[in-house]
Design a protein around this ligand. Structure first.
Ligand code: G6P
Length: 484
């Protein structure tokens, strides 16, 4: 309560996420200001935040730096500070070298260090305290993602009056994998502090409930758990549901209809030497994305002579990510070595096999790139959702193009008219690429139209509305609602 007294300003709707919805930009005169971050979550929540007098609690991205709360675009920004050691232990360590690989089916081996866990706990407590201090009586709080799984329970302990939602943006693994985590009880209990726990896929929600049953020994009825305190008194009912996230489909389509963006798309194709087919990969440079598998399939198709440099080009945008984490450094070396080899082998004086770009680009340029491409390659080995798949579809206002989509991405549950593939099966991946390249226009358009309808109906706005509606509902009633 003391923190509440110090800060009289209180909010009815509070989002809590590892990252703030704003990025610092420094102009030519060295002056710093804040700009809204790109990305779906901010876009989705901005209208809700403005309408509901909202605050956003998060880290500003720089170690050892205190930033005072401020308002931006009608959103109250509440910065949480992390020390250099915490960035190392909580963010790069426990979040991204323990939980991230564990939750993505141990594609790389998770590391378990007690010092990381201590830091994770402490930082989660700091986020919970900061949230408790700015949340008004009876406010709705929406906690985001795997970096903050202990916050729901910590927050409920401090503020039982709050409605607490949690959304996990990444997969939740089967119990056989989750059970490796030395602090598995604590994480499950942390999450169960929420009234509603949202997941990308129905299978993630049932993996979570399976873990709650097997590890905590709780009884589950219709995806609900009766959570009790130490004395065995019922505190609340916690529910797990699937709420697949989406994109602002209208904004993407609007951008794709802009003549400047369309001209830019043509220019991109010219820049590649006007090949017949442009294949595209767009990912954070992450080992979950299966970039190596995709390169291998493309390389073999060139080797076999089924594709030819000049006729086909692969553009791979790999945006820099978590660059101080060891596995990410190794991955970068590996991918760049492979790209170098493929290009050394197959490039001609006038054309390149793989145009590799280790950059992030503004939204406009991405939409132009989607439009410029014929075949999108999503080969994730495991992915919570994969919004790139949805963006590619939404950008194709001409209904041209083919989407190759890994079965292991959450998006595959919804985009059933994509060319679905198991990316581990290199031969199948090669066949899918050839199928995409040769697909008759009418067939490609038929598939694209169905997928476009899916995404424009289920956009990000609907995602947040549906989650928040369920969060505010009485658990007894929501048990009878059907999933869509
Ligand atoms: C994934 C996670 C997000 C995370 C993003 C970027 O989408 O679900 O929580 O913010 O990757 O990663 P970073 O570590 O840079 O925040």
């Amino acid at each position: 309560a003391s923190a509440q007294d110090q800060n009289p300003e209180q909010f009815d709707f509070v989002v809590v996420a590892n990252r703030l919805p704003v990025d610092r930009v420094v102009n030519d005169d060295g002056e710093a200001s804040w700009k809204r971050s790109p990305g779906g979550l901010v876009t989705a929540l901005a209208p809700v935040m403005t309408a509901a007098d909202g605050a956003w609690v998060g880290w500003h991205g720089a170690p050892d730096e205190t930033v005072e709360p401020f308002e931006h675009d009608g959103i109250q920004i509440v910065p949480v500070e992390l020390s250099e050691r915490e960035v190392n232990h909580y963010y790069e360590g426990f979040s991204n070298s323990t939980l991230w690989p564990l939750y993505h089916d141990v594609i790389v081996t998770p590391e378990y260090h007690r010092a990381w866990w201590d830091s994770y706990r402490r930082v989660n407590q700091r986020f919970a305290d900061a949230t408790a201090a700015v949340a008004a009586e009876g406010a709705t709080v929406w906690v985001q993602d795997y970096q903050l799984q202990l916050v729901p329970k910590m927050l409920r302990a401090a503020r039982p009056d709050l409605r607490i939602g949690f959304f996990n943006h990444i997969p939740f693994p089967p119990v056989e994998i989750f059970a490796q985590l030395p602090w598995r009880h604590r994480v499950l209990e942390g999450l169960l502090g929420a009234d509603l726990i949202g997941f990308q896929r129905a299978s993630d929600a049932s993996n979570f409930m399976g873990a709650v049953r097997r590890i905590l020994g709780f009884t589950i009825r219709g995806q609900q758990v009766h959570v009790q305190d130490e004395e065995g008194k019922l505190t609340h009912i916690s529910r797990a549901e699937a709420h697949p996230i989406s994109i602002d489909a209208q904004a993407v389509a609007k951008m794709a209809n802009d003549p400047k963006v369309q001209a830019r798309a043509k220019e991109i194709r010219r820049g590649l030497g006007n090949p017949d087919v442009v294949l595209l990969g767009v990912d954070r440079l992450d080992y979950t994305k299966g970039i190596g598998h995709r390169l291998k399939a493309f390389d073999e198709l060139l080797e076999d002579g089924r594709l030819e440099v000049g006729g086909a080009a692969l553009v791979q945008v790999a945006s820099p990510s978590r660059e101080r984490v060891e596995k990410y450094k190794e991955l970068r070396d590996e991918i760049e070595l492979t790209v170098g080899r493929i290009n050394g082998q197959h490039d001609t004086m006038s054309h390149t096999a793989v145009r590799y770009l280790h950059h992030s680009y503004p939204f406009e340029e991405m939409v132009a790139l989607y439009l410029a491409s014929d075949v999108m390659l999503i080969t994730a080995l495991r992915d919570g959702m994969n919004l790139v798949a949805k963006e590619f579809v939404a950008a194709h206002v001409d209904s041209r193009g083919a989407l190759i989509l890994s079965e292991f991405a959450g998006a595959a549950d919804q985009l059933k008219h994509a060319l679905l593939v198991n990316p581990h099966d290199i031969d199948a991946l090669k066949e899918r690429i050839i199928e995409a390249v040769r697909m008759p226009t009418t067939e490609a358009q038929r598939r694209m139209r169905i997928m476009r309808r899916q995404i424009s109906t289920n956009d990000v706005n609907r995602w947040s509305r549906r989650f928040l509606k369920s969060l505010s509902a009485d658990p007894a009633e929501s048990a009878h609602r059907t999933e869509n």
